[in-house]
Ligand binder design. Structure first.
Ligand SMILES: C[S@@+](CC[C@H](N)C(=O)[O-])C[C@H]1O[C@@H](n2cnc3c(N)ncnc32)[C@H](O)[C@@H]1O
Length: 266
């Protein structure tokens, strides 16, 4: 596990309440995770979801994952928890607009202490977001608390892979505002400690090619739009470009990646 003491939830909220969050949506789309719809479909299929389930999306952002589960996987209802007000407001608006107002509910708060009732949901879902959560132990134990016995936890996340040095982790995590970064092994341990039986804990293998794609979008097509989001500040844009290029290097050296996890509560 890698830890960066200088980053906490306040910094993460600044990102997702402001233009940096909009920048991520610009280059990744409404689903702010690596692999978009294909990744969601893959995770849902590995989770073996059955129609009519009730779910929670921890770190739901603008709610795209919840609407995906309602639209494509026949969820009965979805509850989203996110700490950033801007994205929660957007999630409510978009869900209403797409006809899911009655099947969705939202909580503005920390996923480590959601306030949701225990043993009450069939699924806890997360897509490329838990890397922003400092206390992964509290997050996984909160997931274990709210999900039904026999229920499922299914998530993808940005992960540490072999060979990532402390200095490299510090630079990458400071740019991304990740307070902690776990490996597949770290997450597997946490899942077992919280009485989950692991069905999948694996690398997706799609991370590096997607980082290439995001840099291509920024450099070749969306440069003006991205600049506009940062107030046409060339220096900020150049420094972000440099950090993304560093991230691309780490990705191609297989030092960071995307993990996929599915487990059931015993
Ligand atoms: C990359 S976005 C999530 C993307 C979303 N899962 C999707 O696939 O579209 C990360 C989100 O995590 C939220 N977040 C980070 N730490 C959190 C915490 N401790 N509690 C609640 N939300 C948190 C941020 O506010 C942000 O909206």
């Amino acid at each position: 596990m890698k830890k960066l003491d200088s980053v906490c939830l306040t910094n993460v909220k600044e990102v997702y309440n402001g233009p940096e969050g909009d920048l991520w949506e610009l280059i990744m789309g409404e689903q702010i995770h690596v692999g978009g719809l294909t990744s969601s479909m893959n995770l849902a299929s590995k989770a073996g979801l059955k129609p009519g389930f009730t779910g929670i999306d921890f770190c739901c952002c603008n709610g795209a994952g919840m609407r995906f589960l309602l639209k494509f996987q026949n969820a009965l209802s979805m509850t989203g928890v996110d700490a950033s007000k801007t994205v929660i407001d957007r999630a409510k608006l978009r869900s209403e607009k797409e006809g899911f107002g009655e099947k969705t509910s939202f909580i503005l708060g920390d996923v480590c202490d959601s306030g949701l009732p225990e043993n009450s949901y069939d699924l806890v879902w997360g897509e490329d977001a838990w890397c922003y959560v400092e206390h992964k132990d509290k997050l996984i134990s909160e997931a274990a608390r709210v999900v039904n016995t026999g229920g499922t936890i299914a998530f993808t996340d940005w992960i540490e892979r072999d060979g990532l040095s402390d200095a490299e982790a510090e630079r990458f995590m400071a740019f991304m505002k990740f307070p902690t970064l776990l490996s597949i092994h770290d997450y597997s341990n946490l899942l077992r400690e919280n009485d989950f039986e692991i069905l999948h804990a694996e690398e997706t293998g799609i991370y590096a090619e997607h980082v290439d794609l995001y840099l291509d979008m920024l450099n070749k097509q969306l440069t003006y739009d991205a600049l506009k989001l940062v107030g046409f500040d060339m220096a900020t844009m150049e420094s972000m470009g440099k950090e993304m290029a560093f991230m691309q290097k780490l990705a191609h050296e297989n030092k960071i990646g995307q993990g996929l996890f599915v487990a059931t509560k015993k």
